[in-house]
Design a binder for this molecule. Sequence first.
Ligand code: SF4
Length: 334
Amino acid sequence: MHPRPKLFVSRCLGFEACRYNGAVIEDPLVAKLAGFCDVTTACPEKDTGLGVPRDPVRLARAGGGIRMIQPASGRDHTDAMTAFCAAKAAELAGTAPGSARPPEGLPAVDGAVLKSRSPSCGMKDVKVYRSTEPGAMADVGIGLFGQAVLSALGGAPVEDEGRLKNYTIREHFLSGLFARARFRAVAESGGPRELSEFQARHKLLFLAVNQASMRRLGRIAANLERHPFPAVLSEYGAELGTMFGSPAKPGGVINTALHAFGGFSERLSPLERKYFLDAVEEYRDERIPASALFTLLKAWAVRFEVRYLLDQVFLDPFPKELVEITDSGKGRDR
Ligand code: SF4
């Protein structure tokens, strides 16, 4: 049984026709995610009064900083957007005055999906013009709201819908999102025993994602008898942010899958062993997702009743309905 993560989404990704041209973007993954998450949305441009439809805004360097301007009207929208970003970031971080405080060290949401390349919501590859003059050249940077969300969420998974079309990035994002939601449940209503169980069940997933961070989490959890539970939770939550804030590492998934496979490989036929090792190579070559390897491992763990492996989140990190075999074809972008 998987928890329901709290997810923030750019509103134009299927929730409202609020783009500058009055359009909405139907994204299949976001639509599916909405069935498994508690979603909140915002449209920074509409919510700051730019209207729908509207003339596009852009980011441009001026006066030693980056301004948000609307070339068609000559309007400088920076101050309104900056104020909106500060208020919404505090809300997402769980620090806004009057809002319900999330448990120790956790933001108010477990992750976010932002609209790619938007001057407001974009988290990567956003055009930033070198000046406010017409025809100025552009570099790439980050959207004003995208920056605010990344800072507010303290390492919780944040991606854009374009990058999520790559299945390595998508599986990493979904694994982190659902791990954060399970950790939130421990922080909200669990105690030391539940945190120890969380640590034990996530051991292989953590090994696959970031071995150094996994060791630090182990050391933090080992303090449960010596330090107050809220202090341990807070430190653990911060380290969890570091773990899933790091890029997806297919090599870590392969090593961990081989480690799990080693637990029963001698009981398999030579043909079965070859089949699995060929599948590992297909994953390495970006031809199949990690979930294909997990399905094989899980079937054998059931057959040989490998209880330890069946309890591991690694083999079932998020609802199987969210597993997509399709890929953008752009390869892994780490
Ligand atoms: S990218 Fe962000 S600001 Fe632009 S329409 Fe979508 S939600 Fe609104």
